[in-house]
Design a protein around this ligand. Structure first.
Ligand SMILES: O=C(O)CCC(=O)C(=O)O
Ligand SMILES: [Fe+2]
Length: 412
């Protein structure tokens, strides 16, 4: 199957998007797309169409209805209860009997080395963000300096203007269009159920289309350039970047959004999905049962200027411990997940500017092992309603294993 055949939607199933904005020509069936590169789900149909009246109703909802108390937390987000919320505030390792193993072998955990029969993922590091507003010149290519601006400290969130050139943005968008885009799903949950239901569009967790780009879609030269720039930006071994997930390109039409979520998961009893998928399963809801997403860093690229709306919002970033506790218990009483309503109340709101990259950490570092620790609730974020035009972004997630799996090869 060619990639064009894989990644596509038929005309009527592409109806989330207006004709002039619809770049998708080919006609394979809709399928789960979060993490699914090779499989299609013949049965999925997108019955929820984003019409002009939807968009009007959507803004009407925003004005008059307010937050729907029945809103269900994004499945990609870990369940938070009063009992475990304090865990998510600290760097403390999870209560996990496997940790005993770390104690006996942990002495050399911080020495990264190539091993004869494979690769050892190095322990994790974090760039010191300094203070909000701080600007540092970093040499991301030989002789070429970029500005890295601190936008938040907990977690560190950086903005790097002009990280991608206009030509590079165009090339990524073109490759994505050629590859074909499909309705976006959630890790472990079918968005189709929400789209098919009667709930207003503003209550649907994620409304966008996406595709995955591999090295071959970029071409060797562009890929290597990007890899090097990313390695210098993240201060990671180039092999760590190379062993991470493919690049996810996402496109939003007016009314499109992605409510607040974590990009990673917090299940310590499961292997990382970039290293293992159970029984060869490739469709997200299935593999969500048997592996967890391990995205230490998100690097998000804005590929165009969203005409109006479409900001990336971080509702909890830099929140005090007490605010975080207050905001993450009793989730059914919370309003901050729904960015159709909450966007501009968020602690950080980033306007999409073509070529800019934003980068942040989704996990703490486990203090005992130096490897992947708990997910950081302050990294909750999402895309606000796009009001006009079209928004194109790409996610470059930097995957990282647990200490125990540091020798396990990546599937990428
Ligand atoms: O669209 C945005 O600004 C955020 C997208 C996002 O968080 C995601 O795709 O995981
Ligand atoms: Fe995200």
């Amino acid at each position: 199957m060619t990639s064009a055949e894989e990644g596509a939607c038929t005309d009527d199933k592409c109806a989330l998007f207006s004709d002039d904005a619809r770049p998708f020509q080919n006609d394979a069936a809709w399928r789960y797309t979060e993490g699914s590169l090779h499989e299609k789900d013949e049965g999925n149909e997108n019955k929820h169409k984003l019409s002009e009246s939807d968009i009007e109703n959507n803004s009407e909802d925003r004005k008059t209805v307010g937050f729907n108390k029945n809103y269900v937390q994004d499945q990609e987000t870990s369940e938070i209860t009063e009992d475990n919320v304090w865990d998510s505030l600290s760097n403390s390792p999870p209560v996990d009997t496997n940790l005993n193993a770390h104690k006996t072998v942990g002495g050399d955990a911080h020495i990264a080395k190539k091993v004869a029969d494979g690769y050892e993922f190095p322990p994790l590091t974090r760039i010191d963000p300094g203070t909000v507003g701080q600007s540092v010149n970093v040499e991301l290519e030989d002789g070429r300096f970029y500005t890295r601006i601190t936008r938040a400290v907990r977690p560190p969130i950086f903005e790097i203007p002009n990280f991608l050139s206009d030509e590079e943005c165009d090339q990524i968008i073109e490759s994505a269009k050629n590859n074909g885009l499909n309705v976006s799903n959630l890790f472990g949950a079918e968005i189709q159920d929400e789209l098919n239901s009667d709930i207003p569009l503003s209550e649907v967790t994620r409304v966008s289309e996406q595709t995955w780009l591999q090295r071959s879609h970029f071409g060797e030269e562009f890929w290597n350039r990007l890899l090097n720039r990313l390695a210098r930006l993240t201060e990671f071994d180039i092999e760590v970047i190379n062993r991470s997930e493919y690049v996810q390109v996402v496109s939003y039409a007016p009314g499109g959004h992605y409510h607040a979520h974590l990009d990673s998961t917090d299940r310590y009893d499961l292997p990382c999905c970039f290293q293992e998928r159970c029984d060869g399963k490739t469709l997200t809801p299935q593999w969500a049962d048997c592996c967890r997403i391990c995205r230490y860093i998100t690097v998000l690229y804005y590929l165009n200027n969203a005409e109006e709306g479409g900001e990336t919002a971080f509702p909890l970033t830099d929140a005090s411990d007490s605010t975080l506790v207050e905001k993450t218990v009793d989730l059914e009483k919370q309003d901050w997940h729904n960015l159709s309503y909450y966007c501009y109340n968020s602690s950080l709101v980033v306007k999409p500017v073509r070529g800019t990259a934003i980068m942040w950490y989704n996990h703490f570092i486990d203090e005992q092992t130096g490897y992947l620790g708990k997910a950081d609730q302050r990294s909750q974020h999402g895309g606000c309603d796009l009001l006009k035009g079209r928004k194109w972004i790409a996610n470059n997630w930097i995957s990282s294993p647990s200490y125990e799996d540091r020798f396990k090869p990546s599937l990428y």
